[in-house]
Design a protein around this ligand. Structure first.
Ligand code: UT7
Length: 322
């Protein structure tokens, strides 16, 4: 039976650092409030003209380089983004062209902040079914482009970045399971309304921006992520104590801590990048994963649990042996 395994990881962050002090100049907020309520001290913001595709390209090249792969080794590209380069072609096709790969399947997955887990699950299914041997799986976002910089409920949280990994066929597992969920009944709690087939004429100027009922999102996120990680463990007959690392979506330090508490995981088994990265939506899990793989925290053979939650609502988890 064919499994998939994480062969290598990579990531890229824009150069520009935006501190909480800068946000104090834009909206009625404070460094103290942002740190206490979100855990964020600074975040990266893409330069003018720097796009999700640019970030994805650098993250992908880093993952290929780290695994010693050449572009010709890749036969599937799945990009998770809710801030794509264009309506179409997909960011995955544009990335394929940048990388000089021709012919393999390439497409985007849109599940907002849960996008990477969806992309990961999709690529895992392709590999397990024999439709691909080696996939580039990427989460890339320029959330700064859909933020209303006058809205203190969102502009203090979201940020830009990209993370990537190479998932390849293996005789040994690898990815043990992915569990994906969504419930469109929550569509109004977190959205970027208006765009192509929506209403251009609703007066969103200059572009559609994010609307979030943060507190309500928070409560559902804690509840569903808690259920989702338990689901991943139960499906694989694993105990909480078997988990070596939790790599959570970096939405809010309080959500991360609530899920870790449910798993009874000590702090030093949870990868946290939110303090420096903010919430990079679909990029946050692969960014955190890459950081902890590169600095040697996550070791081969360890059990890792990934989870994410976002607009839709869409959410999910993945359990894997690294
Ligand atoms: O990644 C995708 C999914 N997204 C998430 O998971 C985000 C989930 N939500 C959150 O992270 C939190 O709800 C926020 C960080 C967005 C907000 O934190 P909160 O503790 O839920 O705050 P709140 O919305 O309940 O507001 C509490 C108070 C309010 O003031 P009053 O009405 O009590 O006087 C807000 O107006 O905090 C106020 N507030 C702020 N104050 C200073 C809201 N935003 C800010 C701010 N600075 N940036």
């Amino acid at each position: 039976m064919t499994h998939s395994r994480i062969a290598s990881t990579g990531s890229h962050l824009p150069e520009r650092v935006m501190t909480n002090a800068e946000l104090e100049q834009l909206v009625d907020t404070s460094d103290e409030w942002i740190v206490a309520r979100t855990g964020i001290r600074e975040r990266r913001i893409a330069a003018p003209g720097e796009t999700s595709l640019d970030l994805a390209e650098k993250a992908a090249l880093a993952a290929l380089d780290r695994g010693g792969f050449s572009v010709s080794d890749i036969d599937l590209i799945v990009v998770a983004t809710c801030t794509p380069e264009k309506v179409f072609p997909s960011t995955a096709c544009l990335l394929q062209e940048r990388l000089g790969i021709h012919g393999c399947a390439a497409f985007d997955v849109q599940a907002a902040c849960a996008g990477f887990i969806y992309a990961f699950g999709t690529a895992d299914s392709f590999i397990r079914s024999g439709m691909a041997r080696r996939a580039l799986v990427i989460g890339t976002e320029t959330m700064s482009r859909v933020i209303d910089w006058q809205d203190r409920g969102t502009c203090v949280i979201f940020a830009d970045g990209a993370g990537a990994l190479v998932l390849e066929a293996s005789d040994e597992p690898g990815v043990l399971s992915t569990h994906l969920h969504a419930d469109g009944a929550y569509k109004d709690l977190l959205e970027v309304p208006g765009w192509v087939s929506g209403d251009y004429d609703q007066g969103y100027d200059p572009a559609p921006h994010m609307l979030m009922k943060g507190n309500e999102v928070f409560k559902v996120a804690v509840r569903e992520l808690g259920k989702s990680v338990e689901e991943a463990l139960a499906a694989n007959d694993k105990q909480r104590s078997d988990v070596d690392w939790l790599i959570p979506h970096q939405a809010n330090i309080r959500i991360i801590n609530a899920v870790a508490k449910r798993l009874k995981l000590p702090d030093d088994r949870v990868v946290k990048t939110i303090e420096r990265h903010g919430n990079t939506s679909a990029a946050s899990v692969p960014l955190a994963l890459d950081e902890a793989c590169r600095d040697g925290r996550i070791q081969r053979g360890q059990l890792i649990l990934l989870e994410a939650f976002g607009g839709g609502f869409a959410w999910g988890s993945a359990l894997a042996v690294y």
